[in-house]
Design a protein around this ligand. Sequence first.
Ligand SMILES: [Zn+2]
Length: 323
Amino acid sequence: MGGIYDVAIDLGGTIIKIGLIRNAEIVRFSTISSDSVKGLSHMLPKMERAIDLLLLEEGIDAASLSSIGLAFPGMVNPVECRVISTNDKYDDACDIDLCRWADDHWGVPLVLENDARLAVVGEWLYGVATGTENVVMMTIGTGIGTGVILDNKPIVGHHHQAGSLGGHLVVDYRGRLCSCGNIGCVEAMASSFFLSDIIRSNDKVSDEFKALADELDFKRLFEMMRQGDENATIVCNGCMSVWGAAIVSYIHAYDPEVVVLGGGVMKSSDIILPYIEKWVNDRAWTPIDRVRIVLSKLGDNAALLGLNYYLRSVKREKNVFKV
Ligand SMILES: [Zn+2]
């Protein structure tokens, strides 16, 4: 038993992406808009319908499915298939038995992993970091996620959170209070989630500019910077310096060959990549050679394809049980 298709689900803050995967390729794809603050349980019926529709469109039924993978934006215990901690996204997920959900509806096992860890696995196996053995990926979006491949495998750690908390490395211990409870994390000092406060509390920008804080996002800020706007340049340079400082610390901690940058903010990679390359080259203690700083190749699909790595291991276990 067990089919040749898998379903991969990426639970984003505002969009849930669902891919039907065959031979490590996404053969069908759909999205559902979501509001992660309202929790996961009310989204499950919508996800069921979307998955069933993908199967119908492909002309297959649940018997052709091998497994379902779920990329979750929080801490998970993949061994027990449990969400263990959330941070304002799908906060009810800790109480949902997701493995049972997959088994009840499609009769298949479910693989659960942290979304940023999956993104680095995707880039390592199928994306821009193919052929390397040591990779750090930093995803700069609403928050900041990281994942690490060390010596050719994703690092996990005692509490399943190794490499996942790079957004909560402290870059200024006297800085802003973070949503995690710590002070001065990368995410608190330079992410979309805190952007209006970052603008308002910058004493180098004008009061007129501060008044616009709630209307500005990184896309707009980098556009203004391209047009020479002084205030936007001050804010963007400040945030890029924070990301650069964090990346130097990742390099010192994990000794990667390559650092992959992804996430929505990287749509302005034409400005961000050269800035961070210079920042890192000037400061990282890497006497042997330089660490490459590159843009994600898989973009929004990195976590979906990363799930394939874990889904394959489930299949191997299933085969063992069958014998
Ligand atoms: Zn934090």
